[in-house]
Design a protein around this ligand. Structure first.
Ligand code: ATP
Length: 661
C-alpha cells in the first residue's frame, strides 16, 4: 500500500489513512487469530453457523463464513438451554490451536438423542477452568455463561454495575462488555473506551483479553496514568482516606474561589497616569468572568478583558474631562470660546459649518484596549487579583498549612487537618492524584480526553475523589462498573454502590449480581465462609461449581518462614509441573519471604496488590499478619485466600516460637 504512488499532499494523506486502516485490520486479525473459530450452532431447521472472535464474510455469499460472537445471530450459542433451545438442535464447542481442531464437544438442546456426528463430551467450561493459569487472563468468549452473556450484550447504554464474590467472572464480564460496546454501539466506540484498573500488575494481567478479541483501541489505565501524574511516595492510610473524601473537592473549589478577586478595588499605572477602579467595577468584572461557568484560568481572561474595558472607560472619561478643563481654562484666561473661534476659522477657509470634534471620538478606545492587554503593569495588577494557577500550586496551597486548611475544610477536626499538611516539595502520592485532577478541572477545565464508555474493574476501590475523576472523563455516563465491597481496600469509604455512585448518578444504574464462583473450588471457598460472615454480614457466599483438594495448613517458626515457604513450593511444583504458583503475604513481609529459593518457584505478591489476580495454587503466608497489617485487613485476607483455581496452603507463623527466638 505504502509503495503505491501518491503525488499531491491529499493523495499522500489518503494513502496514509488507508495504510493505517489496513494495518489496524491486520492487527485485529492477528490478535484474534488464535482460536478464531470456537463454536457452531445447528438449527432445528438444518441451518448451521460458525461462531468466532470476529465476523468473516466471503465474497458475495449470503451467510457469513464466521459470525462475530457479538452479533445477534450468535446469541443462541450463549443463551439457548434445553428448556429454551431458541431454535437450536445442537451447540458445538471447538477447541482450535495452531489452526488445528484439538477438541469438539456437543450439547443437544432439542431433546433429541445423539445422531451420527454428534460428539457429546466433557464441558468446555470445566476444561477452561481447569487449564493451567499463565499469569495473563484469557478471553472466555467461547464459554461465556448465560448470566454473564445477558449483561455483556445488554442494550442498556447507561451505567451497568456488576457485583459478585471473588471469581464469579466480574472481570470477564467487564472486558467482554467493553468488546461488545465497541461492536454494537459505533457512536460510543468512536469516542473511545477506557478500562480503569487498580494497579499496573492488574492491568498487565488483563492486558491480552481485548487484543485476543480483535480489539486494540481500548485504553487500559490506572488513575495516575489518566491524570498523567507519577506518584513517588506512599502515605499513611489515614491521610489517604481523608484525601479520598469529597470534602476535598469542596475545599479545592473554595480555595480557587478565594483567589478570584474576592474584594477591593484595582489600581494600575498606565503611562504617567494612575487609574483606580472602585470595588463595584471589580465586582462587576468578577461576576462577568464567573457567569460563563469557565474554569479559573479561562475566566481570568474574561475578567482581565472587563477590567481593561473599565480602565479604558476611566481613561476616556479622564481625557474628556482634561480637554474640557483646558477649554474652560483658556476661555477663562483669554475670554475666547475656542470651539466658536475654530469654527469661524474653518468657515473663513471655505469649510462650511464643520462640526467641532467630539473629544470622546478623538480617544481611540480600541487602540487603548489593545495597548492595555499587553501592558506589564496591567498584567501584574490582574495577577494580584486573579492569579493564573496550575493544579500543583492549588493543591500545594491548600495543603500548605493548618490555617488555609481550617478556612477551606471546616468539616474536619483540627488533628485531621494537621495530618493533611505537607511540605511544598514533598513528592506526590497516589491519594494526591485525584486532588491534582480536581484542581486541573477547576483551573483549566475538563480533561482533553474523554471516553464514550468507561469500564472500571475493582470499582469498590475508588474513593469519592477518584469517582469524580472517572465521571469527568465520561460525560455520556455510559459505563460498566464491576466490583465487590467485601473485597474493598482500606481507602474505600463507601460500603455499597448507592453510597459510591449516588452523588453522581442518583439511582440511575442497573445492578446485576453474579452468583457462581468459577475460580474457586468448594473446598477453598468453605475456608472463607466465617471470614466472609464477619466482613460482609448477611452476604450469601457464591456457589462453587468445582471441587478440588482440601486446603493445607502449615506452621513455621519466625526464623524459618522463607525455608518453609520454599519447601512447600518445591513440593507443589514437583507434584504439579506447569502450575502457576504465587505466595501472598503482608506487604512488610515481601522482602523476607522473597528469597531466591521462593522466587524460583513462585511470584511473591503483596496482599495489597493481589486484588483481581489468579493463580493455580497459592501459599498465603502469615494470614494473621495480613489481617492485622492495616485497617480492613480481614478483607485483604479474604482477597488473598480466594486467588487460587486449584490449591490453597496457609502458613501460620507460630508466635510461641517467636517468644523463644
Ligand atoms: N464463562 C467463563 N468461561 C471461562 N472462564 C471463566 C468464565 N467466567 C469466569 N471464568 C474464569 O473464572 C476466573 C475468575 O473470573 P474473574 O477474574 O472474571 O472473576 P472476578 O469476579 O473478577 O474475580 P475477583 O473478584 O477475584 O476479581 C477467571 O479465570 C476467568 O477466566
Amino acid at each position: 500500500m505504502l509503495r503505491s504512488s501518491a503525488d499531491s499532499a491529499g493523495e499522500v494523506y489518503a494513502r496514509d489513512v488507508a495504510a493505517e486502516r489496513l494495518a489496524g485490520q491486520v492487527r485485529r486479525l492477528e490478535g484474534a487469530g488464535e482460536g478464531l473459530a470456537f463454536g457452531r450452532v445447528d438449527g432445528a431447521d438444518g441451518t448451521a453457523l460458525h461462531i468466532g472472535r470476529l465476523g468473516l464474510h466471503l465474497g458475495d455469499r449470503d451467510l457469513p463464513l464466521l459470525v462475530d460472537w457479538r452479533a445477534d445471530a450468535a446469541r443462541p450459542f450463549y443463551e439457548a438451554t434445553t428448556v429454551h433451545p431458541m431454535g437450536l438442535r445442537r451447540r458445538r464447542h471447538l477447541r482450535v490451536e495452531d489452526r488445528a481442531v484439538r477438541a469438539v464437544s456437543d450439547e443437544l438442546l432439542d431433546g433429541s438423542s445423539a445422531a451420527v456426528g454428534d460428539i457429546v463430551g466433557d464441558g468446555p467450561l470445566a476444561e477452561a477452568l481447569e487449564a493451567h493459569r499463565t499469569g495473563r487472563m484469557r478471553a472466555a468468549v467461547a464459554t461465556l455463561q448465560a448470566e454473564q452473556d445477558t449483561i455483556v450484550r445488554s442494550p442498556h447504554r447507561g451505567v451497568t454495575v456488576v457485583q459478585g464474590g471473588p471469581g464469579t467472572g466480574k472481570t470477564v464480564v467487564a472486558l467482554h462488555r467493553a468488546a461488545y460496546v465497541l461492536y454494537a454501539f459505533p457512536g460510543v466506540a468512536a469516542r473511545g473506551v477506557l478500562v480503569l484498573g487498580p494497579n499496573a500488575r492488574f492491568l498487565d494481567y488483563v492486558s491480552q483479553v481485548l487484543p485476543s478479541l480483535g480489539e486494540n483501541d481500548v485504553l487500559l489505565a490506572t488513575c495516575p496514568e489518566l491524570a498523567a501524574v507519577e506518584p513517588a511516595a506512599v502515605e499513611s492510610l489515614v491521610v489517604a482516606r481523608l484525601k479520598g473524601s469529597s470534602a476535598l473537592a469542596e475545599a479545592l473549589a473554595g480555595l480557587v474561589r478565594s483567589l478570584q478577586a474576592p474584594v477591593g478595588g484595582f489600581a494600575v499605572r498606565v503611562g504617567q497616569q494612575s487609574v483606580r477602579l472602585e470595588s463595584v467595577d471589580v465586582a462587576a468584572a468578577r461576576e462577568a468572568a464567573l457567569a460563563g461557568g469557565l474554569a479559573h484560568n479561562r475566566a481570568r481572561e474574561v475578567f482581565k478583558e472587563h477590567l481593561i474595558g473599565a480602565v479604558t472607560d476611566a481613561l476616556e472619561r479622564d481625557a474628556v474631562e482634561a480637554l474640557e478643563h483646558i477649554d474652560a481654562d483658556i476661555a477663562e484666561s483669554t475670554g475666547m470660546d475656542l470651539d466658536a473661534a475654530a469654527a469661524a476659522d474653518l468657515r473663513a477657509l471655505g469649510f462650511d459649518d464643520a462640526p467641532a470634534p467630539d473629544p470622546a471620538e478623538v480617544f481611540d478606545a480600541d487602540a487603548v484596549r489593545a495597548d492595555l492587554s499587553g501592558d506589564a503593569h496591567v498584567e501584574r495588577a490582574v495577577e494580584s487579583l486573579w492569579p493564573r494557577l496550575t493544579p500543583a500550586v492549588v493543591v500545594r496551597t491548600l495543603l500548605a498549612d493548618a490555617r488555609t486548611l481550617a478556612r477551606h475544610l471546616p468539616s474536619l477536626a483540627d488533628d485531621e487537618r494537621s495530618w493533611l499538611v505537607r511540605s511544598p516539595d514533598a513528592p506526590w502520592t497516589d491519594a494526591d492524584v485525584p486532588l491534582l485532577d480536581e484542581a486541573a478541572a477547576l483551573v483549566d477545565g475538563l480533561p482533553d480526553q474523554s471516553f464514550g464508555h468507561v469500564v472500571v474493574d475493582e470499582a469498590q476501590e475508588l474513593t469519592a475523589m477518584q469517582w469524580r475523576m472517572v465521571m469527568r472523563r465520561c460525560p455520556a455516563r455510559s459505563m460498566t462498573l464491576v466490583g465487590d465491597f467485601a473485597q474493598a481496600g482500606p481507602a474505600t469509604a463507601a460500603s455499597d454502590w448507592s453510597q459510591a455512585l449516588g452523588p453522581h448518578l442518583g439511582s440511575r444504574f442497573s445492578l446485576h449480581t453474579l452468583t457462581v464462583s468459577y475460580r474457586t473450588t468448594q473446598e477453598i471457598l468453605a475456608v472463607t465462609h466465617r471470614l466472609l460472615a464477619r466482613i460482609a454480614p448477611g452476604r450469601t457466599p457464591s456457589r462453587p461449581i468445582r471441587h478440588g483438594e482440601s486446603p493445607r495448613h502449615l506452621t513455621a517458626c519466625p526464623h524459618s518462614v522463607a525455608t518453609t515457604v520454599a519447601g512447600e513450593l518445591r513440593a507443589q511444583a514437583e507434584a504439579h509441573p506447569g502450575d502457576l504458583l504465587a505466595v501472598i503475604c503482608a506487604d512488610d513481609l515481601v522482602e523476607e519471604v522473597a528469597s531466591a529459593d521462593v522466587a524460583r518457584w513462585a511470584r511473591v505478591v503483596p496482599a495489597s496488590e493481589s486484588r483481581g489476580l489468579e493463580f493455580d495454587a497459592i501459599v498465603v503466608v502469615a494470614p494473621e499478619e495480613i489481617a492485622a497489617a492495616r485497617p480492613g485487613g480481614e478483607r485483604d485476607l479474604y482477597v488473598a485466600l480466594t486467588r487460587a483455581t486449584k490449591r490453597l496452603c496457609t502458613i501460620t507463623v507460630s508466635t510461641a516460637s517467636q517468644h523463644t527466638s
